[in-house]
Design a protein around this ligand. Structure first.
Ligand SMILES: [Zn+2]
Length: 492
C-alpha cells in the first residue's frame, strides 16, 4: 500500500467510527426522550396534579416543615434568606390549598418575601388567581411594615420553670434561691400571653445583626407591622442539674412520637409524665396557636453550661471518663443509681433533641461550661473552660457565636469592648460575635465593629416582687404573680 491508499483507508475507518458514535448518541437520546415522555405521561394520568407541598398539618397539629426544615424553618441561626423554602416532592394528594396555607403561615410570621417566593415558585402560579391575589396581599402587608429600631429591642430571660410549686417552695435550703431566680409555669404562661397581647414578637439575635465573612458585625433590619415590638427570649442553664431532682422541675427534654419536643417529669410514684413542663414546649405550643408570635418562626435561645451535660442528658466527658477528682458527689450518686448508664446513647438522644429544636426555630448559646464569671475566674481558667464547652457541648448542640454570660457578668464595663481586652479577643477568636449580660434597663444594645452586645432582663420572683415597675412595659405583675410563691421573696 502506498501512502495515499493508507491515508484513504484510515480516513474511512475514522468516518465509520464517527458514524457509529453518532448513531449511539442518537439512540441514547431517543431512549432518554421516550423515558421522560413516559414518566411525564404517567404523572399526568395518575396524579393529575402538580407537586404539592408536604402536608401542612400533621397529627400533632405542627406544621410539617418545622420538623425537617423544609418549609417553616428557614434558617435557625440567621434570619436571612434561604433557598430551601421549596416544598418537597409531592406524595400528598392535596393541591394548591396546601401551598397557600404554608405561604399564609410564612406571611403571618412576617416572612412576606418567603411567602411570595413560595407561591411564585409553584407551577400553578401563572394560572391561579387565588395565588396571584395572595401574593398581591402579601406585597401590601409587606409595604405597610416599618423598621423597628434595633437599639430598642429588649431581651428577657428565664431559668428552668417551676412545674410543682409545692416541691420547689417546700421550706428546704434551696427554697430561697428558687424563689428569687425562678419563675413558675403559671407565671410564665401569663407573662407570655400578656406580652403577646401587647404586640411583642419573638426575634432571634441573628435577626438583629449579621456577622460578615471578614468578622465585622453589622445591623440588620427587622420590619414589622406598626405597633408590633420585637423581643429576644432566652433561658439559662436548662441542664436540669442534679441538685434540682425532686424539687418540682422537669427531668429533661425529649422528642416525642410526633417529632415534637416535650418534657418528661418524674411523678411521686416514679411514673414518668410527658408534657409542656418548661419553656421550650410551652413556647412551641403557644406559637402553634399564635404563629404571629414568632418572627420568621424564630423562637428563643438556650444558654447552656456543660458540667452536668445539656437538656437533662449527662453528656459531659466526666460521665464517660469518671476521672478521679472530677466526679462530683452528685455525679457519683447519679452513676451509682444508674448502673446501666450509656454515655453514647445519652449523647445521641441529646443531639436528637437539639436537632429537633433547631429545626423548629430554637438556637443555642454558650453560658460557659462551668457557669463561670470569666474575669473573676482568670484568663487561663477561662480558656480551659471555653475549651471544655467547645469539646463537650458544641458537638451535641452545634456551633454557636453567642455567649450569654453567667451571673449576669460581662468582660468589660458599658464602654465598647476594645482589642486590648484579652477576654474579648480570645472569645472572638474562638467564634463568638454576640455577647449578652444582664441589665435592668428596658433595652441595652451595643454594636462594635466586630460584635453585638445586648443586656437581658430577668423576669423572676425577685424582679417581680421588688421592682414590678421595671417590667411594666412587658406585663402586669399582679396578673402574673403565682400566689403559691412564699413572701417576702428573700433579699439577695
Ligand atoms: Zn445561669
Amino acid at each position: 500500500m502506498d501512502e495515499r491508499q493508507k491515508q484513504i483507508s484510515q480516513r474511512r475507518i475514522r468516518r465509520r467510527r464517527n458514524e457509529l458514535i453518532m448513531k449511539c448518541i442518537i439512540a441514547f437520546l431517543v431512549v432518554v426522550v421516550l423515558g421522560l415522555g413516559g414518566i411525564l405521561l404517567k404523572e399526568v394520568v395518575f396524579s393529575g396534579k402538580k407537586q404539592a407541598p408536604r402536608t401542612v398539618q400533621q397529627a400533632g397539629g405542627q406544621p410539617a416543615g418545622q420538623e425537617n426544615g423544609s418549609l417553616q424553618q428557614k434558617d435557625s441561626t440567621a434570619g436571612g434568606e434561604s433557598a430551601d423554602s421549596q416544598p418537597a416532592d409531592g406524595g400528598s394528594m392535596a393541591g394548591g390549598s396546601e401551598w397557600k396555607a404554608q405561604a399564609d403561615l410564612m406571611a403571618a410570621q412576617y416572612d412576606y418575601d418567603g411567602a411570595i417566593e413560595l407561591l411564585k415558585s409553584s407551577s400553578e402560579y401563572s394560572s391561579s388567581t387565588e395565588f396571584q391575589n395572595a401574593v398581591a396581599g402579601y406585597e401590601q402587608q409587606k409595604a405597610s411594615c416599618v423598621a423597628y429600631p434595633i437599639d430598642q429591642v429588649t431581651h428577657v430571660f428565664f431559668h428552668t420553670l417551676v412545674k410543682d410549686t409545692s416541691k420547689a417552695f417546700d421550706g428546704d435550703s434551696k427554697e430561697a434561691g428558687y424563689n428569687q431566680v425562678m419563675t413558675t409555669i403559671s407565671e410564665f404562661n401569663s407573662i407570655i400571653q400578656q406580652m403577646y397581647d401587647r404586640g411583642y414578637v419573638l426575634v432571634s439575635l441573628h435577626d438583629m445583626c449579621q456577622v460578615n465573612e471578614d468578622g465585622t458585625v453589622s445591623r440588620k433590619e427587622i420590619r414589622l407591622p406598626e405597633g408590633k415590638k420585637p423581643f429576644v427570649l432566652s433561658q439559662d442553664d436548662v441542664s436540669y442539674y442534679h441538685y434540682m431532682d425532686g424539687d418540682g422541675y422537669a427531668q429533661k427534654l425529649i422528642v416525642d412520637e410526633n417529632g415534637d419536643v416535650k418534657n418528661t417529669y418524674i411523678e411521686d410514684d416514679g411514673s414518668i409524665s410527658v408534657g409542656d413542663y418548661d419553656m421550650v414546649p410551652l413556647i412551641d405550643t403557644f406559637v402553634d396557636e399564635h404563629p404571629d408570635f414568632a418572627y420568621h418562626g424564630h423562637k428563643g435561645i438556650l444558654a447552656l453550661t456543660g458540667y452536668e451535660g445539656v437538656l437533662g442528658y449527662r453528656t459531659d466527658e466526666v460521665y464517660r471518663t469518671r476521672e478521679e477528682g472530677r466526679v462530683t458527689e452528685y455525679q457519683q450518686k447519679f452513676l451509682d443509681e444508674n448502673p446501666d448508664f450509656d454515655w453514647q446513647s445519652e449523647v445521641d438522644q441529646a443531639t436528637a433533641v437539639a436537632e429537633a429544636m433547631k429545626a423548629d426555630g430554637w438556637e443555642f448559646a454558650s453560658h460557659t461550661w462551668g457557669h463561670i464569671n470569666p474575669v473573676a475566674y482568670g484568663y487561663d481558667a477561662t480558656v480551659k473552660d471555653t475549651e471544655r464547652w467547645l469539646n463537650n457541648v458544641a458537638p451535641v448542640v452545634g456551633d454557636t457565636d453567642v455567649l450569654i454570660f453567667a451571673f449576669g457578668a460581662d468582660i468589660g464595663d458599658w464602654q465598647p469592648y476594645s482589642s486590648d481586652n484579652q477576654f474579648f479577643t480570645y472569645f472572638k477568636q474562638n467564634g463568638f460575635d454576640i455577647f449578652c449580660n444582664v441589665d435592668s434597663s428596658q433595652y441595652w444594645v451595643q454594636f462594635g465593629d466586630n460584635y453585638m452586645r445586648q443586656g437581658r432582663r430577668n423576669l423572676d420572683g425577685y424582679r417581680m416582687y421588688y421592682n414590678p415597675d421595671m417590667v411594666s412595659d412587658l406585663f402586669d405583675v399582679e396578673q402574673a404573680w403565682d400566689s403559691s410563691r412564699p413572701t417576702p421573696v428573700p433579699e439577695m
